[in-house]
Design a protein around this ligand. Structure first.
Ligand SMILES: [Zn+2]
Length: 470
């Protein structure tokens, strides 16, 4: 039981809370059995539960001798970039001892707070005399109540905590190890380090975790399997417990730190391309789709790849070409300049200007250089290499039946392994794309789509006025 002495006025701030906490401790020790008196509001108990990923219910039992006039829950979702806050009034009933409850939708059209998020919250009460009291701040990790979760934390730079349930422990360890590898390798590539703790929530299957995903539309979900999603700067959900899924998503944690600046987010082609690079192998689904597009000269204009595709049939090509473009930059000009590109973009320039500064060409120039490296003809762009201009449509030669030479070209798939990674030839079958009709054309990376959506939702949430205090 927690008893809170009445405090005049509104309670705010960590110092006040700390004081309250110490007062609470005293009260607990000395007065635990004392009945409510006229000058107290007592928070008898508080708890929170999530029966599923869609909602979170906060409950409290309160004794107020004078009767409660209002109760309010104030929560924060911890986020390394910026905490997201909210809360609201809850109905109170007459009586000296009542239960109050606040229900928060966590996966709905109005907001998406992913499983694995760290919460901090407290209750605020006012009794009928106008006296106000704030309960102690409580922290917890929001986990899917349908499962019995366990956790393990390893490492210090940064610490990584993996959550799993049931007989999933070996996969959890695989996820933990893959996270460590990706943090190091992607960090080395981009010359950066993630400084905050990372959480990885491992579901046993996509169906187990379906309710934890942000819905993206039925046709997309039917054809694209989500292997995992980076849902916050420090949080990855894994639905297909596979090494490359984890490496990819953790790669996004690193690209976010290295490239997303205060003014702009990385274009999707470089974000996804780097995340696929972080995998042990890009996988045959992505590379196969790229090979086909090269054969028919039907690759995507790099400028159309600023955000992830929402066309299921384009997903494999999108990731394959994004990877190939990034791989081209790294292999041709080296790791150091690639890291410099990230730093330059993050500092606040456009991608065109950052490319120009580091490599001497903009996105049109990069697209053409990449095309040339694949034996595709260069394109003439409608507007000259103007950085911030409107998206330009490339004029491209009419598609033709692939000639003998070009099809020969197409079958020569770009090198799959990156320097420093031991060949993980055992990429899971599940990622093998090429089976879109059956709906199992997975794409580890495809998840990113969800991520983009989830991230967007998070941003929306953040823009809402957040009535938090303290
Ligand atoms: Zn991705």
């Amino acid at each position: 039981m927690i008893r809170v002495p009445r405090v005049p006025g509104r309670v705010r701030g960590a110092a006040t809370l700390a004081l309250l906490a110490s007062m609470l401790a005293l009260v607990l020790v000395g007065l635990a059995a004392e009945p409510a008196s006229a000058d107290t509001i007592e928070l008898v108990s508080q708890s929170e539960r999530a029966d599923n990923p869609a909602s979170l219910v906060f409950t409290a039992r309160v004794r107020a001798a004078a009767g409660l006039k209002s109760a309010r829950l104030v929560y924060k979702v911890k986020n390394p970039d910026a905490d997201v806050g909210g809360g609201g009034e809850v109905p109170v009933s007459p009586g000296n001892e009542i239960d109050v409850s606040y229900s928060l939708t966590t996966n709905g059209s109005e907001r998406y707070i992913p499983v694995g998020s760290s919460f901090s919250y407290h209750w605020e009460f006012e009794d009928s005399t106008g006296a106000k009291v704030s309960g102690p701040e409580k922290e917890f990790v929001f986990l899917d109540g349908r499962y019995q979760w366990r956790s393990r934390t390893e490492g210090t730079a940064p610490p990584v905590t993996v959550y799993w349930y049931g007989a999933n422990e070996s996969r959890a360890q695989i996820a933990l190890d893959a996270t460590t590898v990706s943090l190091r390798q992607t960090g080395d590539l981009l010359e950066t380090r993630v400084t905050y703790p990372i959480k990885v929530v491992v579901y046993a299957s996509e169906s187990d975790g379906e309710a934890a995903q942000r819905p993206r539309g039925r046709s997309f979900d039917a054809t694209v399997q989500t292997g995992g999603t980076r849902v916050a700067p420090d949080l990855v959900l894994v639905f297909v417990p596979d090494v490359d899924v984890v490496r990819h998503e953790v790669g996004h944690i690193v690209t976010h730190v290295a490239g997303d600046g205060p003014f702009a987010q990385l274009p999707s082609w470089i974000d996804e391309g780097t995340a696929v690079w972080a995998q042990g192998s890009p996988g045959s689904g992505y590379l196969g789709a790229l090979a086909l597009a090269l054969m028919g000269d039907s690759t995507l204009n790099l400028r159309s790849m600023q955000s992830a595709t929402n066309r299921p049939e384009e997903v494999n090509l999108f990731y394959g070409q994004a990877f190939s473009t990034v791989d081209h930059l790294i292999k041709t000009y080296g790791q150091a300049r690639f890291a410099e590109l990230y730093r330059t973009f993050r500092a606040g320039t456009s991608m065109d200007d950052a490319l120009q500064k580091v490599y001497g060409f903009d996105q049109n120039g990069l697209y053409n250089e990449w095309r040339k490296s694949k034996n595709l003809p260069e394109l003439t762009f409608a507007t000259p290499a103007a950085g911030a201009g409107p998206v330009t449509e490339a004029t491209r030669p009419p598609l033709g039946v692939p000639s003998g030479s070009s099809s020969g070209q197409a079958t020569s798939v770009p090198p799959q392994s990156q320097p420093g990674t031991t060949g993980e030839g055992t990429a899971p079958e599940v990622r093998g794309g090429g089976l879109p009709a059956s709906g199992i054309a997975v794409l580890a990376g495809t998840v990113l789509l969800a991520l983009a959506l989830g991230g967007g939702a998070f941003m929306l949430l953040r823009r809402k006025p957040a009535p938090t205090e303290g």
